[in-house]
Design a binder for this molecule. Structure first.
Ligand code: PLP
Length: 473
Protein backbone atom coordinates (compact mmCIF):
# COMPACT_ATOMS: atom_id res chain seq x y z
CA UNK A 1 0.00 0.00 0.00
CA UNK A 2 1.32 3.41 -0.84
CA UNK A 3 1.84 5.59 2.18
CA UNK A 4 0.96 8.67 0.17
CA UNK A 5 -2.47 7.38 -0.71
CA UNK A 6 -3.12 6.35 2.80
CA UNK A 7 -2.37 9.74 4.24
CA UNK A 8 -3.77 11.98 1.55
CA UNK A 9 -7.41 11.16 2.33
CA UNK A 10 -9.93 13.18 4.26
CA UNK A 11 -10.70 13.19 7.91
CA UNK A 12 -12.48 11.38 10.62
CA UNK A 13 -10.29 12.49 13.50
CA UNK A 14 -10.86 16.15 13.70
CA UNK A 15 -9.55 17.95 16.70
CA UNK A 16 -5.86 18.25 16.26
CA UNK A 17 -4.98 15.73 13.60
CA UNK A 18 -6.98 16.13 10.48
CA UNK A 19 -6.43 12.59 9.20
CA UNK A 20 -8.35 9.32 9.05
CA UNK A 21 -7.52 6.67 11.62
CA UNK A 22 -9.16 3.31 11.26
CA UNK A 23 -8.74 0.66 13.92
CA UNK A 24 -10.16 -2.81 13.51
CA UNK A 25 -11.33 -4.93 16.40
CA UNK A 26 -11.20 -7.95 14.08
CA UNK A 27 -7.47 -7.62 13.54
CA UNK A 28 -5.04 -9.99 15.25
CA UNK A 29 -3.03 -6.90 16.26
CA UNK A 30 -3.95 -5.18 19.53
CA UNK A 31 -5.65 -1.79 19.09
CA UNK A 32 -2.70 0.01 20.73
CA UNK A 33 -0.31 -1.55 18.19
CA UNK A 34 -2.60 -0.60 15.30
CA UNK A 35 -2.81 2.97 16.55
CA UNK A 36 0.97 3.12 17.11
CA UNK A 37 1.58 1.76 13.61
CA UNK A 38 -0.80 4.25 12.11
CA UNK A 39 0.77 7.23 13.85
CA UNK A 40 4.28 6.04 12.97
CA UNK A 41 3.32 5.71 9.31
CA UNK A 42 1.77 9.17 9.36
CA UNK A 43 4.99 10.63 10.80
CA UNK A 44 7.15 8.72 8.35
CA UNK A 45 5.06 9.84 5.42
CA UNK A 46 5.27 13.46 6.58
CA UNK A 47 1.53 13.73 7.17
CA UNK A 48 2.28 14.52 10.81
CA UNK A 49 5.19 16.90 10.89
CA UNK A 50 7.66 17.79 13.64
CA UNK A 51 6.06 19.94 16.33
CA UNK A 52 2.48 18.84 15.57
CA UNK A 53 0.56 18.52 18.78
CA UNK A 54 -1.23 15.22 19.26
CA UNK A 55 -4.58 15.01 21.04
CA UNK A 56 -4.62 14.16 24.73
CA UNK A 57 -4.93 10.46 25.42
CA UNK A 58 -8.37 11.04 26.89
CA UNK A 59 -9.54 13.11 23.92
CA UNK A 60 -8.21 10.70 21.31
CA UNK A 61 -9.63 7.69 23.17
CA UNK A 62 -13.06 9.33 23.21
CA UNK A 63 -12.87 10.14 19.53
CA UNK A 64 -11.80 6.69 18.51
CA UNK A 65 -14.19 4.94 20.89
CA UNK A 66 -11.40 2.99 22.56
CA UNK A 67 -10.14 2.87 26.14
CA UNK A 68 -7.61 5.43 27.25
CA UNK A 69 -5.08 2.65 27.85
CA UNK A 70 -5.04 1.92 24.12
CA UNK A 71 -3.88 5.46 23.44
CA UNK A 72 -1.41 5.71 26.33
CA UNK A 73 0.20 2.43 25.31
CA UNK A 74 0.57 3.59 21.72
CA UNK A 75 2.02 6.95 22.85
CA UNK A 76 4.38 5.26 25.30
CA UNK A 77 5.75 3.03 22.59
CA UNK A 78 6.28 6.00 20.27
CA UNK A 79 7.97 7.97 23.05
CA UNK A 80 10.29 5.08 23.71
CA UNK A 81 11.17 4.90 20.03
CA UNK A 82 11.88 8.62 19.91
CA UNK A 83 9.01 9.59 17.59
CA UNK A 84 7.25 11.74 20.17
CA UNK A 85 8.32 14.48 22.43
CA UNK A 86 6.64 15.88 25.51
CA UNK A 87 6.52 19.40 26.86
CA UNK A 88 5.59 19.40 30.47
CA UNK A 89 2.03 20.42 31.01
CA UNK A 90 1.49 21.33 27.38
CA UNK A 91 0.94 18.03 25.63
CA UNK A 92 2.47 15.51 23.30
CA UNK A 93 4.25 16.54 20.11
CA UNK A 94 5.77 14.91 17.05
CA UNK A 95 9.53 14.99 17.62
CA UNK A 96 11.95 16.57 15.19
CA UNK A 97 13.79 13.62 13.70
CA UNK A 98 15.41 15.53 10.89
CA UNK A 99 18.55 16.37 12.88
CA UNK A 100 20.52 15.03 15.80
CA UNK A 101 19.65 18.18 17.70
CA UNK A 102 18.04 18.14 21.12
CA UNK A 103 14.28 17.54 21.14
CA UNK A 104 12.28 20.64 20.38
CA UNK A 105 12.18 22.70 23.57
CA UNK A 106 11.69 19.78 25.91
CA UNK A 107 12.04 21.41 29.27
CA UNK A 108 13.37 18.98 31.76
CA UNK A 109 10.34 17.67 33.67
CA UNK A 110 8.88 14.39 32.53
CA UNK A 111 6.54 14.35 29.56
CA UNK A 112 2.92 13.55 30.18
CA UNK A 113 3.14 9.85 29.32
CA UNK A 114 6.73 8.63 29.63
CA UNK A 115 10.21 10.00 29.28
CA UNK A 116 11.09 10.03 25.58
CA UNK A 117 14.30 8.29 24.58
CA UNK A 118 15.90 10.48 21.95
CA UNK A 119 17.87 8.55 19.42
CA UNK A 120 20.13 10.01 16.83
CA UNK A 121 20.43 6.45 15.48
CA UNK A 122 17.94 5.10 12.94
CA UNK A 123 14.81 3.56 14.31
CA UNK A 124 15.11 0.13 12.70
CA UNK A 125 18.62 -1.24 12.60
CA UNK A 126 18.98 -4.02 10.04
CA UNK A 127 22.77 -4.00 9.95
CA UNK A 128 24.44 -7.33 10.76
CA UNK A 129 26.59 -8.27 13.73
CA UNK A 130 24.41 -7.74 16.77
CA UNK A 131 22.34 -10.43 18.44
CA UNK A 132 19.11 -9.96 20.40
CA UNK A 133 20.13 -9.43 24.00
CA UNK A 134 16.87 -8.21 25.49
CA UNK A 135 15.16 -11.54 25.96
CA UNK A 136 17.28 -13.29 28.54
CA UNK A 137 16.31 -15.18 31.67
CA UNK A 138 16.97 -12.57 34.34
CA UNK A 139 16.59 -15.06 37.20
CA UNK A 140 19.16 -17.43 35.68
CA UNK A 141 21.51 -14.54 34.97
CA UNK A 142 21.33 -13.26 38.55
CA UNK A 143 21.74 -16.76 39.96
CA UNK A 144 24.91 -17.25 37.90
CA UNK A 145 26.37 -13.98 39.14
CA UNK A 146 25.41 -14.64 42.76
CA UNK A 147 27.17 -17.98 42.53
CA UNK A 148 30.25 -16.33 40.99
CA UNK A 149 30.23 -13.76 43.77
CA UNK A 150 30.19 -16.49 46.43
CA UNK A 151 33.71 -17.45 45.39
CA UNK A 152 36.74 -15.42 46.49
CA UNK A 153 38.77 -13.68 43.76
CA UNK A 154 41.71 -15.76 42.53
CA UNK A 155 45.36 -14.71 42.66
CA UNK A 156 46.72 -16.78 39.78
CA UNK A 157 44.58 -16.80 36.62
CA UNK A 158 44.91 -19.98 34.59
CA UNK A 159 45.92 -19.07 30.99
CA UNK A 160 43.80 -21.99 29.73
CA UNK A 161 40.75 -20.80 31.64
CA UNK A 162 38.91 -22.38 34.56
CA UNK A 163 39.06 -26.18 34.49
CA UNK A 164 35.35 -26.32 35.44
CA UNK A 165 34.38 -24.17 32.46
CA UNK A 166 36.69 -26.04 30.04
CA UNK A 167 35.02 -29.28 31.06
CA UNK A 168 31.54 -27.80 30.56
CA UNK A 169 32.46 -26.22 27.21
CA UNK A 170 33.84 -29.53 25.96
CA UNK A 171 30.48 -31.15 26.82
CA UNK A 172 28.62 -28.28 25.12
CA UNK A 173 30.69 -28.69 21.93
CA UNK A 174 30.26 -32.47 21.91
CA UNK A 175 26.48 -32.02 22.15
CA UNK A 176 25.98 -28.97 19.94
CA UNK A 177 28.74 -29.44 17.32
CA UNK A 178 29.32 -33.19 17.54
CA UNK A 179 33.07 -32.78 17.87
CA UNK A 180 35.06 -35.21 20.00
CA UNK A 181 36.83 -32.85 22.38
CA UNK A 182 37.85 -32.91 26.01
CA UNK A 183 38.94 -30.06 28.30
CA UNK A 184 42.53 -30.54 27.11
CA UNK A 185 41.38 -29.17 23.73
CA UNK A 186 39.78 -26.01 25.11
CA UNK A 187 41.28 -22.64 26.03
CA UNK A 188 38.81 -20.01 27.26
CA UNK A 189 39.20 -16.68 25.47
CA UNK A 190 37.49 -13.31 25.74
CA UNK A 191 35.81 -13.90 22.38
CA UNK A 192 36.71 -14.37 18.73
CA UNK A 193 38.79 -11.19 18.50
CA UNK A 194 40.99 -12.35 21.38
CA UNK A 195 41.16 -15.86 19.85
CA UNK A 196 42.30 -14.44 16.51
CA UNK A 197 44.96 -12.41 18.25
CA UNK A 198 46.29 -15.44 20.11
CA UNK A 199 46.36 -17.42 16.85
CA UNK A 200 48.25 -14.60 15.16
CA UNK A 201 50.78 -14.48 18.00
CA UNK A 202 51.28 -18.24 17.94
CA UNK A 203 51.23 -18.88 14.20
CA UNK A 204 51.97 -15.67 12.32
CA UNK A 205 55.14 -13.66 12.56
CA UNK A 206 55.75 -10.33 10.80
CA UNK A 207 55.48 -10.86 7.05
CA UNK A 208 53.81 -14.28 7.34
CA UNK A 209 51.06 -14.66 4.78
CA UNK A 210 47.57 -14.92 6.24
CA UNK A 211 44.62 -15.80 3.98
CA UNK A 212 41.29 -14.19 4.79
CA UNK A 213 37.98 -14.60 3.03
CA UNK A 214 37.07 -11.83 0.61
CA UNK A 215 34.45 -10.58 1.25
CA UNK A 216 34.98 -11.40 4.87
CA UNK A 217 35.10 -10.45 8.52
CA UNK A 218 37.07 -7.22 8.87
CA UNK A 219 38.18 -7.99 12.39
CA UNK A 220 40.13 -11.06 11.20
CA UNK A 221 41.88 -8.91 8.60
CA UNK A 222 42.57 -6.15 11.12
CA UNK A 223 43.90 -8.42 13.88
CA UNK A 224 46.24 -10.34 11.57
CA UNK A 225 47.49 -7.12 9.98
CA UNK A 226 48.00 -5.53 13.41
CA UNK A 227 50.35 -8.42 14.24
CA UNK A 228 52.36 -7.74 11.12
CA UNK A 229 51.01 -10.47 8.83
CA UNK A 230 50.63 -9.92 5.10
CA UNK A 231 46.95 -10.23 4.27
CA UNK A 232 46.05 -12.40 1.28
CA UNK A 233 42.38 -11.97 0.23
CA UNK A 234 40.88 -15.34 -0.77
CA UNK A 235 37.77 -15.17 -2.96
CA UNK A 236 34.47 -16.58 -1.86
CA UNK A 237 31.50 -17.81 -3.90
CA UNK A 238 27.99 -18.56 -2.80
CA UNK A 239 29.08 -21.75 -1.00
CA UNK A 240 32.04 -20.23 0.82
CA UNK A 241 35.77 -19.97 0.30
CA UNK A 242 37.01 -21.16 -3.11
CA UNK A 243 39.61 -23.85 -2.49
CA UNK A 244 40.93 -24.37 -6.01
CA UNK A 245 42.70 -21.00 -6.18
CA UNK A 246 44.23 -20.98 -2.70
CA UNK A 247 47.96 -20.14 -2.73
CA UNK A 248 50.35 -22.74 -1.34
CA UNK A 249 52.34 -20.34 0.86
CA UNK A 250 49.73 -19.34 3.45
CA UNK A 251 50.63 -19.90 7.07
CA UNK A 252 47.01 -19.49 8.14
CA UNK A 253 43.63 -19.34 6.40
CA UNK A 254 40.73 -17.70 8.22
CA UNK A 255 37.29 -19.00 7.18
CA UNK A 256 33.62 -19.08 8.29
CA UNK A 257 32.39 -22.43 6.89
CA UNK A 258 29.16 -22.70 8.94
CA UNK A 259 27.80 -19.40 7.57
CA UNK A 260 30.16 -17.35 5.48
CA UNK A 261 30.38 -13.79 6.71
CA UNK A 262 28.83 -11.85 5.01
CA UNK A 263 27.73 -13.88 1.95
CA UNK A 264 26.01 -16.56 4.00
CA UNK A 265 27.27 -19.73 2.22
CA UNK A 266 27.61 -23.07 4.04
CA UNK A 267 30.71 -24.84 2.84
CA UNK A 268 29.65 -28.18 1.27
CA UNK A 269 31.30 -31.33 2.62
CA UNK A 270 33.36 -32.16 -0.51
CA UNK A 271 34.80 -28.65 -0.42
CA UNK A 272 35.53 -29.01 3.30
CA UNK A 273 37.49 -32.13 2.47
CA UNK A 274 39.37 -30.40 -0.34
CA UNK A 275 40.19 -27.51 1.96
CA UNK A 276 41.67 -29.86 4.57
CA UNK A 277 43.63 -31.73 1.89
CA UNK A 278 45.04 -28.35 0.77
CA UNK A 279 46.00 -27.55 4.40
CA UNK A 280 47.73 -30.93 4.84
CA UNK A 281 49.57 -30.48 1.55
CA UNK A 282 50.75 -26.92 2.21
CA UNK A 283 51.16 -27.06 6.00
CA UNK A 284 48.72 -24.17 6.53
CA UNK A 285 46.51 -24.00 9.63
CA UNK A 286 42.82 -23.35 9.04
CA UNK A 287 41.17 -20.96 11.51
CA UNK A 288 37.50 -21.94 11.65
CA UNK A 289 35.34 -19.09 12.96
CA UNK A 290 32.23 -20.87 14.25
CA UNK A 291 30.58 -17.63 15.39
CA UNK A 292 26.88 -18.31 14.71
CA UNK A 293 26.80 -22.06 14.09
CA UNK A 294 24.11 -22.52 16.76
CA UNK A 295 21.52 -21.02 14.42
CA UNK A 296 20.35 -22.84 11.32
CA UNK A 297 16.94 -23.21 9.70
CA UNK A 298 15.43 -26.24 7.93
CA UNK A 299 18.83 -27.70 7.11
CA UNK A 300 20.92 -30.45 8.70
CA UNK A 301 24.12 -29.44 10.50
CA UNK A 302 27.38 -29.87 8.60
CA UNK A 303 30.43 -31.25 10.43
CA UNK A 304 32.87 -28.69 11.78
CA UNK A 305 36.22 -28.62 9.96
CA UNK A 306 37.85 -29.21 13.32
CA UNK A 307 35.98 -32.51 13.66
CA UNK A 308 37.19 -33.62 10.23
CA UNK A 309 40.88 -32.98 10.91
CA UNK A 310 41.86 -31.59 14.34
CA UNK A 311 45.55 -31.53 13.35
CA UNK A 312 45.04 -28.78 10.75
CA UNK A 313 42.30 -26.65 12.34
CA UNK A 314 41.85 -24.19 15.20
CA UNK A 315 38.18 -23.58 15.92
CA UNK A 316 37.07 -20.29 17.48
CA UNK A 317 33.73 -20.09 19.27
CA UNK A 318 32.06 -17.22 21.10
CA UNK A 319 29.13 -16.37 23.33
CA UNK A 320 28.75 -13.09 21.44
CA UNK A 321 25.93 -14.40 19.22
CA UNK A 322 24.43 -17.07 21.42
CA UNK A 323 24.29 -14.92 24.57
CA UNK A 324 25.73 -11.39 24.31
CA UNK A 325 28.94 -9.73 23.06
CA UNK A 326 29.23 -7.90 26.37
CA UNK A 327 29.91 -11.13 28.29
CA UNK A 328 33.34 -11.36 26.66
CA UNK A 329 33.77 -15.13 26.66
CA UNK A 330 34.74 -17.42 23.80
CA UNK A 331 36.83 -20.52 23.28
CA UNK A 332 39.68 -21.72 21.18
CA UNK A 333 39.66 -25.42 20.30
CA UNK A 334 42.87 -27.08 19.17
CA UNK A 335 45.40 -29.78 19.76
CA UNK A 336 47.08 -29.72 23.20
CA UNK A 337 50.52 -28.81 21.81
CA UNK A 338 49.16 -25.68 20.13
CA UNK A 339 47.15 -24.76 23.23
CA UNK A 340 50.23 -25.07 25.39
CA UNK A 341 52.08 -22.64 23.10
CA UNK A 342 49.18 -20.21 23.28
CA UNK A 343 48.95 -20.55 27.07
CA UNK A 344 52.63 -19.63 27.35
CA UNK A 345 52.16 -16.58 25.14
CA UNK A 346 49.23 -15.57 27.31
CA UNK A 347 51.35 -15.71 30.41
CA UNK A 348 54.15 -13.75 28.78
CA UNK A 349 51.67 -11.03 27.85
CA UNK A 350 49.58 -11.27 31.03
CA UNK A 351 46.54 -11.96 28.88
CA UNK A 352 43.59 -13.69 30.59
CA UNK A 353 39.85 -14.15 30.71
CA UNK A 354 38.14 -12.83 33.84
CA UNK A 355 37.70 -15.57 36.46
CA UNK A 356 34.38 -14.34 37.91
CA UNK A 357 32.95 -14.04 34.37
CA UNK A 358 34.03 -17.61 33.64
CA UNK A 359 32.41 -18.79 36.87
CA UNK A 360 29.12 -17.15 35.93
CA UNK A 361 29.21 -18.65 32.41
CA UNK A 362 30.02 -22.07 33.89
CA UNK A 363 26.89 -21.87 36.05
CA UNK A 364 24.77 -20.93 33.03
CA UNK A 365 26.10 -24.00 31.23
CA UNK A 366 25.90 -26.32 34.23
CA UNK A 367 22.25 -25.56 34.96
CA UNK A 368 21.18 -25.84 31.34
CA UNK A 369 20.32 -22.12 31.23
CA UNK A 370 22.42 -21.49 28.14
CA UNK A 371 20.79 -24.40 26.28
CA UNK A 372 17.35 -23.11 27.21
CA UNK A 373 18.29 -19.62 26.06
CA UNK A 374 19.57 -21.03 22.77
CA UNK A 375 16.33 -22.95 22.18
CA UNK A 376 14.30 -19.79 22.76
CA UNK A 377 16.53 -17.68 20.54
CA UNK A 378 16.47 -20.26 17.75
CA UNK A 379 12.68 -19.92 17.61
CA UNK A 380 12.84 -16.15 17.78
CA UNK A 381 15.45 -15.84 15.03
CA UNK A 382 13.61 -18.42 12.92
CA UNK A 383 10.52 -16.18 13.01
CA UNK A 384 12.49 -13.11 12.02
CA UNK A 385 14.34 -14.94 9.29
CA UNK A 386 10.99 -16.25 7.96
CA UNK A 387 9.69 -12.66 7.86
CA UNK A 388 12.76 -11.49 5.92
CA UNK A 389 12.40 -14.32 3.40
CA UNK A 390 8.65 -13.84 3.03
CA UNK A 391 8.89 -10.09 2.42
CA UNK A 392 12.15 -9.76 0.49
CA UNK A 393 12.21 -13.14 -1.28
CA UNK A 394 9.71 -11.99 -3.95
CA UNK A 395 11.64 -8.80 -4.81
CA UNK A 396 15.30 -9.86 -4.82
CA UNK A 397 17.62 -12.83 -4.64
CA UNK A 398 18.48 -13.79 -1.09
CA UNK A 399 21.56 -15.76 -0.16
CA UNK A 400 22.61 -17.39 3.07
CA UNK A 401 19.17 -17.58 4.60
CA UNK A 402 19.53 -21.09 6.04
CA UNK A 403 21.77 -20.16 8.95
CA UNK A 404 22.95 -17.42 11.28
CA UNK A 405 21.49 -13.98 11.89
CA UNK A 406 21.92 -12.27 8.54
CA UNK A 407 21.11 -12.72 4.85
CA UNK A 408 22.53 -11.21 1.72
CA UNK A 409 20.06 -9.46 -0.60
CA UNK A 410 21.61 -9.23 -4.05
CA UNK A 411 20.93 -6.03 -5.98
CA UNK A 412 22.31 -4.35 -9.08
CA UNK A 413 25.29 -2.15 -8.05
CA UNK A 414 23.63 0.94 -9.51
CA UNK A 415 20.69 0.61 -7.11
CA UNK A 416 22.44 -0.10 -3.83
CA UNK A 417 23.40 3.41 -2.72
CA UNK A 418 20.08 4.97 -3.61
CA UNK A 419 18.18 2.30 -1.71
CA UNK A 420 20.40 2.63 1.36
CA UNK A 421 19.90 6.39 1.56
CA UNK A 422 16.16 6.21 0.81
CA UNK A 423 15.82 3.57 3.53
CA UNK A 424 17.79 5.73 5.98
CA UNK A 425 15.47 8.63 5.36
CA UNK A 426 12.61 6.33 6.33
CA UNK A 427 14.36 5.23 9.49
CA UNK A 428 15.90 1.93 8.32
CA UNK A 429 19.63 1.44 8.65
CA UNK A 430 21.22 -0.96 6.14
CA UNK A 431 24.69 -2.29 5.44
CA UNK A 432 26.11 -3.05 1.98
CA UNK A 433 28.58 -5.66 0.77
CA UNK A 434 31.14 -2.95 -0.05
CA UNK A 435 32.34 -2.60 3.55
CA UNK A 436 33.23 -6.31 3.70
CA UNK A 437 35.38 -6.49 0.59
CA UNK A 438 39.12 -6.25 0.53
CA UNK A 439 39.35 -6.09 -3.23
CA UNK A 440 36.73 -4.81 -5.71
CA UNK A 441 33.20 -6.07 -4.92
CA UNK A 442 32.10 -9.01 -7.03
CA UNK A 443 28.73 -9.42 -5.42
CA UNK A 444 26.57 -6.38 -4.76
CA UNK A 445 23.73 -5.90 -2.40
CA UNK A 446 22.71 -5.51 1.20
CA UNK A 447 23.81 -7.49 4.22
CA UNK A 448 20.65 -7.63 6.30
CA UNK A 449 20.98 -8.51 9.96
CA UNK A 450 17.87 -9.54 11.88
CA UNK A 451 19.61 -10.09 15.21
CA UNK A 452 19.08 -6.77 16.90
CA UNK A 453 15.63 -5.62 15.72
CA UNK A 454 12.41 -7.06 17.18
CA UNK A 455 10.16 -9.06 14.86
CA UNK A 456 7.67 -6.21 14.16
CA UNK A 457 10.60 -3.93 13.30
CA UNK A 458 12.22 -6.56 11.09
CA UNK A 459 8.89 -6.87 9.26
CA UNK A 460 8.41 -3.14 8.94
CA UNK A 461 12.01 -2.54 7.89
CA UNK A 462 11.79 -5.25 5.24
CA UNK A 463 8.45 -3.93 3.97
CA UNK A 464 9.98 -0.48 3.50
CA UNK A 465 12.97 -2.07 1.80
CA UNK A 466 10.76 -4.20 -0.46
CA UNK A 467 8.90 -1.06 -1.55
CA UNK A 468 12.17 0.68 -2.35
CA UNK A 469 13.56 -2.29 -4.28
CA UNK A 470 10.34 -2.66 -6.26
CA UNK A 471 10.34 1.06 -7.04
CA UNK A 472 14.00 0.98 -8.13
CA UNK A 473 13.69 -1.93 -10.54
C1 PLP B 1 32.27 -13.31 11.60
C2 PLP B 1 32.22 -13.01 13.07
N1 PLP B 1 32.97 -13.73 13.90
C3 PLP B 1 32.94 -13.51 15.24
C4 PLP B 1 32.14 -12.54 15.79
C5 PLP B 1 32.14 -12.34 17.27
O1 PLP B 1 33.30 -11.80 17.72
P1 PLP B 1 33.62 -11.61 19.28
O2 PLP B 1 33.51 -12.97 19.92
O3 PLP B 1 34.99 -11.04 19.32
O4 PLP B 1 32.57 -10.69 19.83
C6 PLP B 1 31.36 -11.76 14.95
C7 PLP B 1 30.51 -10.69 15.52
O5 PLP B 1 29.91 -9.89 14.87
C8 PLP B 1 31.40 -12.01 13.55
O6 PLP B 1 30.65 -11.29 12.72
Amino acid sequence: MSTNNRFSGTTSLRTLIDLPVSLSRDSALPLSVQLGDWLREAMRAGALTAGTRLPSSRGLAAQLGVSRTVVTEAYQQLYAEGWLDGRHGSGTFVADLSTDAAPPARQTPAPPVAEPVRRAAPLIDLTPGEPWVKDYDAAAWKRAWRKAADLPPGDDPDPYGLPRLRELLAGHLRRSRAIAVGPENILVTRGTGNGLDLVALALLGPGARAGVEDPGYRVARNVFAARGATIVPCPVDEDGVIVSGLPSDLRVLYTTPAHQYPMGGRLPIPRRERLLAWARRTGAMVVEDDYDAEFRYDVAPLPALYGLDPSRVVLLGTLSKSLAPDVGVGWLVGEPALLSRIAEIRQDLSDRTSGPVQQAVATLLERGDLDRHLRRMRLEYARRRAAVVEILGPVCRLRGDTAGLHVLAELPPSEVRGIVSAAASRGVLLDTTVRHHHAESQVHGLVIGYGSAALPDVRRGCQILAELIAAAS
